[in-house]
Design a protein around this ligand. Structure first.
Ligand code: KIV
Length: 285
């Protein structure tokens, strides 16, 4: 494995190359996306909504994150690009409980084998977490704009729509960079705000619902593969209709089992003819 996988983030920004990141939660998706050339894998706490059946990310625990982070790391390592950078979200409540708590939780998550951690927001508590984790040697990514862990307190989804709030986002981004972040996710904000932040910072920005002016983009695997069903958010582009494809596969399976067509002879292991004869004879006696 390359010694500094996250260096690619800085190098890409310097060279003007865009970064494609995917948020995902399991080993097979990690292997698939790594082999497809995805630049960085994120174990997002969006797993709360996407695969754990919650209606928010607040219910996701450190144990949930550790279990899925370890699976993604194993999937990435088994791929043809084992050096692909892997980043994990610190879940709600895991990085605001004081320096010792932050260090303990950050250590547990880093010990799953990820290369970096992500935290949300730009307030004093988050800045202290960034400093504590980076002092320990853990690379940290920030996340500004619509931050799902505090979405219960937002009155609207798009953040930074006024001059004052746009400026707050810009200042928060500068503080996160100064605190030591190696990159920042910008979620659901006006294109102009994301572009200005991107031009101001030396670290890369990764947008989701923040326009093409960011240094990279991130999408949730289930959204881009069309696995989620229902109406997607405006910022989502579905690159496949995975839901229809898999739903048809499930229907075909059910109807073949009901009709006695599956399993066919090639799906099983017949006994060698001689042994079968012997067994028939012995079992009669
Ligand atoms: O949890 C997540 O998947 C995320 C990305 C959407 C940035 O934070």
């Amino acid at each position: 494995m390359a010694a500094f996988p996250l260096q690619t983030f800085y190098q890409k920004k310097r060279r003007g190359e865009r970064i494609a990141m995917v948020s995902l939660y399991d080993a097979p998706s990690a292997r698939l996306c790594s082999e497809a050339g995805v630049d960085a894998l994120l174990i997002g706490d969006s797993m709360g909504n996407v695969i754990l059946g919650y209606d928010n990310t607040v219910s996701v625990t450190l144990n949930d994150m550790m279990c899925h982070a370890a699976a993604v790391v194993r999937g990435a390592k088994a791929s043809s690009r084992p050096e692909v950078p892997v980043i994990a979200d610190m879940p709600f409540g895991s990085y605001h409980g004081g320096a010792d708590d932050i260090a303990r939780n950050g250590t547990l998550l880093m010990q799953t084998g990820v290369h970096g951690l992500k935290v949300e927001g730009g307030n004093q508590g988050t800045l202290e977490a960034v400093k504590r984790l980076t002092q320990m040697g853990a690379p940290v990514m920030g996340h500004l704009g619509f931050t799902p862990q505090s979405s219960l307190k937002f009155s609207q989804t798009v953040q930074g729509k006024t001059a004052a709030t746009a400026n707050e986002l810009l200042e928060a981004a500068k503080r996160l960079e100064a605190a030591g972040c190696f990159g920042i996710v910008l979620e659901v904000m006006p294109l102009e705000v994301a572009q200005r932040i991107t031009e101001t910072l030396t670290i890369p920005t990764i947008g989701i619902g923040a326009g093409a002016g960011c240094d990279g983009q991130v999408l949730v695997w289930h959204d881009l593969a069309g696995l989620s069903g229902g109406e997607p958010f405006r910022f989502v582009k579905r690159y496949a209709d995975g839901y229809a494809l898999l739903s048809q596969a499930a229907r075909d399976y059910v109807s073949e089992v009901h009709a006695g067509k599956f399993p066919a002879s090639e799906h099983g292991w017949p006994m060698p003819a001689e042994e079968l004869e012997l067994w028939k004879k012995e079992s009669k006696e």
